[in-house]
Design a protein around this ligand. Structure first.
Ligand SMILES: [Zn+2]
Length: 506
């Protein structure tokens, strides 16, 4: 099948160079882009008559497929919920309880089919997914991605401590075996566009023995690697407590041979200058997740600083720390954060003074512009994921179809609708089974309630409006503060055990 699309075409050629073809053409044959250029040039193609012609409207434009460098597929039902905690409290109160439900393969099948559908509908042609520790449901995610035609990396999460008892891999060897089983299962599918990726959750929930084994697996199977780093100050200090012999957070992963040129670490908000040098030397990348960093109060990542240090950067939704399923929202948020940093560095805020100390460097700071976030969302993400340019261009058509199907890209509702719709579907599913979503006191199958609740939470108004919502039996609530206290206690106990067994020194 051959088609040619006439209309506006936009793509980033580099961080600073955006090309706009106001009246362009893009020719596709057998699902691959074979030619692109000004519309006038199309007439000179010898095979021009073999194409079916499609005219885009003025409200549509073509963009390379968007790449989500960091998304947790199982967390989608929690989008918009539980943003009252910082990272460690949020994991325990909301995230682990939800992820532990994916032992239920039917639940996994239902959620994952929606997640893949909605990410594609939001223009994400390539996603780097965290799944869970459960291989049966991880396979369901991989199968859904293959079925729906997305390009993706799928990570079986590895995590052998400091998670709830019902959601932890207590035996390192069996965790490694499960990894091998999932890797070989997915490689045997021989679907080039869907690959396994080594996925230690992060250095707090994985001990060094497990991380080293995972580093070996990445090397043996030549796989990409993903994890989290320096997202939040509490996390950074906890890592320092666990690994006092390491120079810094990056050094922990480096010792396990996880920092490679095929590694993407989410966040990197608080990376020190020394760590950036290591990232640059290893060719490792950062997935910038501004919506999540704001929601969980983690911090403002200075993307310009990372790029200046020669560190590759892409964008990630980090669902459900991030409360949007599409990368276009993340592009907007990346611009917001960059402008906030710029203001912080330069403005004398009334009543507080300059937030950042004045310096010539701060005065010369230039925030990112829209061209640069288009780069981060497309070509930048491809470089992060070590995807060849050839593969990136293959993705363009999918983005086009996805975006035109859900209406014009400039129509915000088309993008905003997806996560809320997915959440409503999940709630309906649980209601039908007469169960409730763990971590969620929501008890309505009305999508409008979801919309209302998500927006109210974002505005910080949920608590004051709760009286107007249907009553929820108290045993269906989590007490986040209680969870938080329990977690801190477990952290203390785990550290104590590590000292007693000699795993770490005092
Ligand atoms: Zn994450």
């Amino acid at each position: 099948m051959a088609q040619v699309f006439f209309g506006q075409i936009i793509h980033a050629k580099s961080f600073d160079e955006l090309e706009l073809l106001a009246d362009g053409y893009l020719a596709v044959r057998e699902g691959k882009i074979v030619a692109i250029g000004p519309k006038a040039d199309f007439e000179s193609l010898p095979e021009k008559d073999s194409y079916e012609k499609v005219e885009l409207s003025d409200a549509q434009f073509l963009l390379p497929g968007l790449i989500d460098c960091h998304i947790h597929a199982p967390q989608a039902p929690n989008i918009g919920l539980g943003l009252d905690k910082d990272l460690l409290g949020w994991l325990n109160a909301y995230t682990f309880p939800l992820e532990s439900q994916y032992k239920d393969v039917d639940f996994a099948r239902h959620v994952y089919s929606l997640v893949v559908r909605d990410t594609i509908a939001a223009g994400t042609t390539c996603a780097c997914y965290f799944a869970t520790i459960y291989n049966d449901s991880n396979k369901v995610l991989a199968e859904e991605i293959i079925r729906q035609g997305q390009r993706a990396f799928v990570g079986k999460v590895s995590s052998n401590r400091l998670c709830p008892d019902n959601y932890v891999e207590s035996c390192t060897d069996s965790s490694v075996q499960d990894n091998i089983e999932f890797i070989e299962y997915l490689l045997a599918k021989k679907v080039d566009r869907v690959q396994p990726i080594i996925t230690p959750r992060f250095a707090i929930t994985c001990d060094m023995a497990l991380m080293k084994k995972l580093g070996e697996l990445a090397e043996r199977y030549k796989l990409n690697i993903q994890s989290h780093i320096s997202e939040n100050l509490g996390e950074v200090s906890a890592v320092k407590e666990f690994y006092p012999e390491s120079k810094n957070y990056s050094d922990v992963y480096d010792e396990a041979k996880l920092l490679t040129n095929r590694c993407v670490m989410a966040h990197g908000v608080h990376l020190e200058d020394e760590e950036l040098k290591v990232f640059s030397a290893r060719g490792s990348s950062v997935a910038h997740c501004p919506t999540s960093n704001t929601n969980l109060g983690s911090g403002m990542c200075d993307v310009k600083r990372l790029l200046k240090a020669n560190v590759k950067v892409g964008l990630g939704t980090d669902v459900s720390g991030g409360n949007r399923i599409g990368i276009i929202d993340v592009m907007r948020a990346a611009l917001d954060v960059s402008h906030h940093l710029n203001m912080m560095k330069k403005q004398d805020v009334k009543g507080t003074g300059k937030v950042a100390p004045g310096s010539p460097e701060n005065e010369q700071y230039v925030p990112m512009n829209y061209k640069q976030v288009v780069y981060l969302a497309t070509l930048g993400g491809a470089e992060v994921e070590s995807i060849l340019r050839r593969m990136l261009t293959q993705a363009v058509l999918v983005a086009l179809l996805a975006i035109t199907e859900t209406c014009a890209i400039s129509d915000h509702n088309a993008v905003f609708k997806s996560p809320l719709h997915a959440r409503a579907e999940c709630v309906k599913y649980r209601m039908a089974q007469n169960t409730t979503l763990i971590g969620s006191p929501l008890r309505s199958d009305e999508e409008s309630t979801c919309v209302c609740r998500c927006e109210l939470i974002k505005l910080g108004l949920w608590d004051s409006c709760r009286g107007h919502q249907p009553e929820v039996p108290s045993d269906q609530y989590y007490d986040p503060d209680e969870e938080d206290r329990c977690y801190r206690e477990r952290l203390r106990q785990c550290l104590k055990r590590a000292v007693e067994t000699g795993e770490r020194s005092v």
